[in-house]
Design a binder for this molecule. Structure first.
Ligand SMILES: *Cc1c(COP(=O)(O)O)cnc(C)c1O
Length: 468
């Protein structure tokens, strides 16, 4: 068959638009999207011919074109971002959206965001208010700080703090704390961006109080401590605590700043984890300005939270960058709701999803794993199913060495390889993420929600197939 003849096999737009399935799709998605999808799919057919596809290949593609168009229309109509099932056991998975937000909080948020709100209106005073007012007092009460505010994320907190307080001067940082967080966020780069000159003190493994003391000059505008949240130096090490640094900073009348990264507001030792310094401890130790993320251990929305002395926070609030980095009504609402829970530690552990996941007990996880395993066996999935112990991680650069014992359902597919299975699950309607270990696909129950089980079972069945 000549190419011209092959081109004639391609259906035409007008004919396709009269196809019953296309008419149905038009009613749902609108004619514009259907036409766009048809054009895209017809172009692929033309491309096949241009690339010398075999006749039989073209014929198969032409026969399947309406199905393809339907798929493309759905893709174009979106949304592209959607729920995925996290079976990796990494609680703060940056690629999967970090901290999940409480459903109850989201319902309240929908009410606030779908209409108007008192975002910047002080109802009691009957005049314009500050958007931080909804959670400032709360943050002060929880952390013991004098003042509080929040910006877009913690990287912006560091940028704002240094731009406001250290621009044109020097800021002292220990060499052991010059970290990269990931996503190219490096302390020396942020420092440069802020217009402050970095003065490094100490060595990678050891820094002493004198190192800071000796580095202070007329030009010194701040001392910055950075929590090395995503790695640990072990062995012959020494770092200077905030409590040791505070009198040094005070004696020279310069602010002591601490970037805490995760910003734990409750003690994690109660869950058998190592001690992660809390924001309250930093304030008690005399740190003047503390910043941390909203969507790491706090378990709230993406935000950079800043707490500390009133005189410094007042300067930050007036800086033009604050306007550029400001949080919107979604963040204000979700942050306030998350922080309200922290007024009672027990409530926080119960109602903040991140804390609830950390707190899950192995026995409870084992029950969940057995229940999911039973559901998979009930559909006669073509795979070997077992319940095994595994380890969860906090993730998000928090407590890097911490391994939390957990339970997983391990799936060993019979008809496809485990890598094929993983790939197919990533492309499922509700994508499923897990860990491939020893030729098994493992789902850690700690990061899964019970309402995900049914979906997970049907995605697994679709990917692995079922026995008669
Ligand atoms: C995670 C982290 C940041 C960046 O916080 P984002 O909220 O992701 O911008 C900054 N500093 C430290 C120490 C961190 O751990």
């Amino acid at each position: 068959m000549s190419k011209n003849e092959m081109f004639r096999k391609i259906p035409n737009m007008n004919l396709l638009l009269k196809n019953e399935q296309m008419i149905e799709l038009s009613e749902v998605y609108g004619r514009e999207l259907i036409k766009e999808a048809i054009n895209l799919e017809l172009e692929k057919l033309r491309q096949m011919i241009a690339e010398d596809a075999a006749e039989s290949e073209l014929e198969a593609a032409v026969n399947g074109v309406t199905e393809k168009i339907a798929g493309t229309v759905r893709k174009l109509a979106g949304p592209d971002i959607h729920h995925v099932i996290n079976g990796t056991g990494t609680i703060l998975h940056t690629n999967l959206g970090r901290a999940p937000i409480s459903e109850e909080h989201m319902r309240y948020l929908a009410e606030v965001a779908c209409g108007y709100s008192n975002l910047e209106y002080d109802l009691e005073a009957g005049k314009r208010g500050e958007r931080y007012s909804h959670f400032e007092e709360l943050l002060c009460k929880i952390t013991g700080a004098e003042a509080a505010m929040a910006v877009n994320n913690n990287a912006s907190s560091v940028l704002l703090i240094l731009s406001t307080l250290a621009k044109g001067g020097e800021a002292i940082v220990s060499r052991g704390e010059l970290i990269e967080i990931g996503g190219k966020f490096r302390i020396p780069d942020v420092m440069e961006q802020s217009g402050a000159t970095l003065v490094e003190v100490g060595t990678t493994n050891k820094t002493h109080p004198e190192d800071y003391e000796e580095a202070i000059t007329e030009e010194t505008k701040a001392i910055l401590k950075v929590h090395t949240s995503n790695y640990r130096i072990v062995g012959f090490t020494q770092s200077v605590t905030a409590a040791e640094l505070s009198p040094i900073a005070k004696a020279h009348d310069i602010p002591l700043i601490e970037d805490m990264g995760s910003g734990a507001l409750i003690d994690l030792e109660q869950f058998g984890l190592h001690h992660e310094p809390t924001v309250q401890e930093a304030i008690r130790a005399g740190v003047d300005i503390v910043c941390f993320s909203g969507d790491k251990l706090l378990g709230g929305p993406q935000a950079g939270i800043i707490v500390g002395k009133k005189k410094y926070l007042a300067q930050l609030k007036k800086h033009p960058l604050t306007r550029a980095l400001r949080i919107d009504k979604f963040t204000v609402t979700a942050l306030e709701l998350a922080l309200r829970e922290y007024q009672s530690e027990a409530r926080a552990i119960q109602n903040i999803p991140v804390l609830r996941m950390i707190a899950k007990k192995t026995e409870e996880l084992q029950k969940e794993a057995r229940s999911l395993a039973r559901k998979l066996r009930n559909v006669k999935i073509a795979a070997e199913i077992s319940v095994i112990p595994c380890s969860s991680q906090i993730g998000g650069g928090s407590l890097p060495l911490e391994i939390i014992p957990s339970m997983a359902v391990a799936v060993r597919p019979e008809r496809i390889s485990v890598t094929e299975m993983e790939r197919a699950l990533h492309h499922a309607r509700t994508p499923v993420f897990g860990r491939v270990v020893n030729d098994q696909f493992q789902l850690d129950l700690r990061t899964m929600d019970r309402k995900d089980y049914k979906t997970a079972v049907s995605e697994f069945a679709a990917v692995c197939g079922c026995r008669e």
